[in-house]
Write a protein that binds this ligand. Sequence first.
Ligand code: ZN
Ligand code: ZN
Ligand code: ZN
Length: 372
Amino acid sequence: MSAVPFTRHDYAARMARVVEEGRAAGLDGVLITPGPDLYWVTGYQPTAITERLTMLFLTTDREPTLLVPTLERPDAEAAVGAGATTLADWTDGADPFAAAGAMLRPDGTYGISDNAWALHLLGLQAALPGTAYHSLTHRLPMLRAVKDGNELARLEAAGAAADAAYGEILGVRFSGRKETDVARDLAELLRSFGHERVDFTVVGSGPNGANPHHEAGDRVIEVGDCVVLDFGGLRDGYGSDTSRTVCVGEPTAEIREVHEVVRLAQQAGVDAVRPGIACQEVDRAARRVITDAGYGEQFIHRTGHGIGTTTHEPPYMIEGEELPLVPGMCFSVEPGVYLTGRFGVRIEDIVTVTAGGGRRFNNTDRALQVVA
Ligand code: ZN
Ligand code: ZN
Ligand code: ZN
């Protein structure tokens, strides 16, 4: 089943919102470069993101204009369609920053995509020394955070695909194989369930599980290992990201205990979700359970992050983040406990905020599963 396409109307509404929210935040406009922002606002994803300047100008004083290298104009035209934005191009040998500068006020203040190349921002600053720039996620952190119905459907489908991959991985052999072998299985499963891109396949066995960002290495998985699995990517342009921790053979009492603490913490984090509370309350709810159980020092990362056209984005579920939860936001709830040199446990679901509370997009069993 494939996703309902976004319409020109959807993109026009997003572009209008960027300009409006930018204006409210004191910006004369927002400059969008290839990557998740450009994909979200136009559907256009250049096949190669290169040193040649591609930039969408969403400013208060002109129609949306997409500046592209001349050689990429046909692809851009096909992707954005006629009328959604005005297209402009620059040809190799010409100065792209002169073309870009013509779209900007010489004393203007602009937001710019976080992932814009430094080369391009420095070029703009040199061409127009009176302009000022702010990172988009600092100035407009909530721009992409609240998802519409079509986006929610895609995130839910991505979550279901990741769940299906987890269901299958429980049946493969772990013991005697390298972490990278299981990681490859996970990647293949995500693709077979419709992901066009795999962003990460963490397989952290035994002591490697105690390093939250260990991906997968040459370690051979042994009977008795606790194994953190954390995997995700993009399906129809929207992200999945889920973690479960499994045990190869019968778990020890300690593994059972730590796993249960993390399971209850994750449940408390999800239970805390409701419109109007601050993001930090989700972190506090999960952290309290782990701290009360005596493992507070071993929970060494924030509780969650937003997800959408990327697998990590605002809002962040972290102490100090006072932004309120709004229906339509989607983020991970992923507490963990990491016992250095021994093992780690993490459990993660993507959750969306509804009027009635949190609703999970990952729904596989969170009890400790035994694998072979
Ligand atoms: Zn991460
Ligand atoms: Zn994850
Ligand atoms: Zn995550």
